[in-house]
Design a protein around this ligand. Sequence first.
Ligand SMILES: [Zn+2]
Ligand SMILES: [Zn+2]
Length: 483
Amino acid sequence: MCQVAEAYNDDLEQKEVPSVSKKCVKCKEAIAVVAIRAGDRYCRDCFEQYFRHKFRAILGKNRVISPGEKVLLAVSGGPSSSSMLRQVQEALSPNAHKKLRFIPGIVYIDDGGVFNRSVEERRQTVAKLQDIFQATGFPFHVAPLEQVLELPSSVLAAAWSSSAQRASSYTACADNVIGDASDNCLTAEPPREPSSPYVDQTRLLQQLIDAPKTLTAKEDLLGVLRQHLLVHTARCEGYTKLMFGDNCTRLAVKLISSISLGRGAQLAQDTSFSDSRYGNVMSLKPMRDYSAKEIAYYNHIFRVPSVFTPNLHTKSGEKASIQRLTESFVNKLQVDFPSTVSTIYRTGEKLQTTCKSSSSADPGPRCLLCACSLDTTIENASAFQSTRISECLSQTKCVADAGWTRQGEPCRPSVEERGCCSVASHRVPDATDIRGLLCYSCRLTVKEMSSVDRLPQYILSEAQTRQRRSRMREEIRDFLLED
Ligand SMILES: [Zn+2]
Ligand SMILES: [Zn+2]
């Protein structure tokens, strides 16, 4: 502890010395303008080189993007994703040192409807972002989150496969469901205005986000819906990679909050550089080696424009949700102990899960909402199983009593739970009973919802399909050959 305190004092003392009087550690000539860590002071040019190199290095090291591949950048307008957009621009520019060769596009999810923003406010935000996007010359897509209500259920079904054959069947399938794909998939020109056509859907979307009682669950649900719309937009427009702007500060927060949310089994996948849970669309996090501070410096010095948009946390206290509380905890710790974020982040890199691999090649059961491998098929002597059994028993009792749970919802055991709920086994599981199709963490989120009927139709339809398939498999089980 003493050592830590000393190091901290050292750091403070160094901070008191005006940084302009120090030379850059790289070129040892120019005067340093940025101090990333104590001892790491860069002049403007060296900092730019360092920042650009980091971006290329992470893509070079992982080698997942092929030349000519279409890559969709998810830009929220925030500092991190805006900085990512700038890095892609720099890396693709003709005079770049080692030019990257992929075809970029930009997508912005306008979720203003969730936060009660007026049509005019949303229009202004979209207009500002459009100016930024147009300046890049890249094609861009503006997708109001309301569109999530119209997604085809194939957006979830296709998450199971990666082969080109399945990919093309997704497109065909999506076309079938939505008629003309161009109606549903957004085109760059003209972007659909978040105006009158969405009034009804905005109300439905608000009801959906209001369905969970806690802000923690609302946030989780919002993240899932956003992810589904991004994957759908990417598939419709022929992109095979999605790039996110998560920096290491955000990932460190995500890592800690994920543990609190019961996502231990999905931790490694949720925070890794590449994630292929959606099969033919791989998610990448090329900003994961940058701290929020580095990004703020870079954006300030090199005038990277960003646009502020409110989120669920705006105006909420630090104890409003698990995610918010974790964020304030990590940030406060980071102020006094500057290596907090990197320690959490490096620890996260070493994590591995004993759950079945979530790679696209694995067709095992996936969570209906987050598409991770199900972590609920574990041995009997676990906390999860005992909670489930006790839930089952209380359900059995309430079915016998009145057929209703305490929350006033009909009591319906899921397919997976039929085995232990013998009293209730005659009841037919329906679309509202989806818990058996969810991972542990998503079960907690759904449990917070006043009614699962509020979930968008594409999720309920896919749940029905999976339940039907599962029932059928159960019926013909005796005739199936062992694997
Ligand atoms: Zn320098
Ligand atoms: Zn899940």
